[in-house]
Ligand binder design. Structure first.
Ligand code: NDP
Length: 396
């Protein structure tokens, strides 16, 4: 029985609030706080309608540590579950340290003026969390998140050593919009337009953005899709924590239509994070673009089809070569029926709730800052099957 403070009332916050409300034996009291209180209230109304539970709401500027500290002191949660934006991570970690509360997020800290996708800023909190006897769990979404847990599970049960890892994120859904992103447009476009990077024989190898492509034949009727090599943050911790890894890559599917729109937006400077002068005011083109694109949360009723996210791994078991694929298939329509969201928000929000459940029930406990693969994968994998993201292991 624990109180949880969820911060961020976007697409993912919507799912996390509903999923926590479904488990009253763990999340006995829930508060949802975000910049725009009306969005929290709309989610609270939906939670009430779907689960019968009342959750509290509050307005919060999570960049303001003193404001967060005051809210934490008032509500006294055991855990802060951060599903605002990566820019808020450090301020929220500071507020947790000041109030003695555990912390969880789904995306690594990003400075506003650089797209880096690095853990260095958050790993630097290791000693401070340790000294206070607190736990910070980083990246408890799907990727990062479940993909890290799949690797830990494979390391524990399927392989003696994993040599090659390909994380493949396929969204075979269609929202019918000319161009929209499935999670926060600013973060999504920053991630996709940066240079590609993968790990090989102890070194990072850089590629031009989206310049490497492969076709992958996805299971359960999804079929063959084009996948593009990108850098993704979980690679940074996985290459440190998975034994024997010689190569690690991350791939994501994009339609040609999506890539064409992105190319045009890039060519005309709309994806830039450099501020420009507009009528005497500084504006960031990408932030302006975000304001005219559909909100990810609004895609719920429109999106049809499935996602398939998983890890293809090659390595050795008992002296023999082995190749295995662990994946989840999630239906956009089923996610919408259950909680009123599309599958990208759903596949992020469910693991965020399960990560919080692991911490609050003591299944995952530690002092310091942790990435997901550093903890026992078994209880987390068990809960994925129970709470809407069942997984499959196949030998290839
Ligand atoms: P949205 O843009 O839909 O929601 C973000 C929410 O954070 C909004 O409600 C926004 O408020 C709120 N917010 C922004 N700044 C502040 C602030 N200073 N103080 C308080 N609240 C603030 O994003 P998503 O829900 O799609 O994504 C949420 C997080 O999940 C992101 O960090 C994203 O990177 C991560 N993510 C992780 C994935 C994974 O698999 N690991 C996959 C997808 C997303 P307002 O409504 O007022 O703008």
């Amino acid at each position: 029985m624990s109180k949880v403070l969820i911060i961020g009332a976007g697409g993912v916050g919507h799912v996390v609030a509903h999923k926590c409300a479904q488990v009253p034996e763990v999340f006995s009291e829930i508060m949802l706080a975000s910049r725009t209180k009306s969005k929290c209230d709309a989610i609270a109304a939906s939670v009430k309608e779907r689960t019968g539970r009342t959750i509290q709401t509050a307005a919060l500027d999570a960049d303001n540590v003193a404001e967060t500290v005051a809210l934490i002191k008032k509500f006294s949660p055991k855990l802060v579950l951060n599903v605002a934006l990566p820019y808020q991570d450090l301020a929220l970690m500071d507020a947790c340290l000041e109030t003695g509360v555990d912390y969880l997020d789904t995306a690594n800290y990003e400075p506003l003026d650089e797209a880096k996708f690095e853990y260095k800023w958050q790993w630097a909190y290791q000693d401070r969390f340790k000294e206070k006897g607190l736990m910070a769990l980083l990246g408890s979404g799907f990727d990062p998140g479940v993909t890290n847990v799949y690797c830990a599970y494979a390391q524990k049960h399927l392989f003696d050593e994993i040599h090659e890892l390909d994380i493949i994120d396929c969204n075979a859904g269609d929202h019918g919009q000319p161009f929209a992103t499935n999670f926060n447009p600013e973060i999504n476009i920053r991630e996709i337009t940066q240079r590609g990077r993968y790990w090989e024989r102890g070194e990072w190898v850089e590629t031009d953005p989206l310049s490497w492509r492969m076709s992958y034949d996805f299971p359960e009727g999804i079929g063959s899709k084009d996948c593009y090599l990108m850098y993704h943050e979980e690679l940074e911790s996985l290459v440190q924590n998975i034994r024997g890894l010689k190569r690690a890559r991350f791939w994501m599917t994009f339609s040609q239509n999506y890539l064409n729109h992105l190319k045009v937006l890039e060519n005309i400077g709309m994806t830039s994070i450099e501020p420009v002068d507009y009528k005497g005011q500084k504006i960031v083109p990408l932030q302006f673009l975000k304001s005219v694109l559909p909100e990810p949360g609004s895609l719920g009723p429109l999106t049809k089809g499935k996602t398939c996210i998983g890890c293809v791994m090659k390595g050795v078991k008992d002296g023999k070569e082995r190749k295995a694929y662990i994946y989840n298939i999630c239906s956009h329509e089923e996610a919408y029926r259950e909680v009123g969201s599309q599958a990208i928000s759903y596949t992020t929000g469910v693991p965020a709730m399960i990560g919080a459940m692991m911490m609050l029930t003591g299944k995952w406990r530690g002092e310091g800052v942790f990435n997901m693969e550093q903890l026992d994968p078994d209880p987390f994998m068990e809960k994925l099957n129970v709470h809407g993201l069942p997984w499959v292991v196949v030998d290839l």
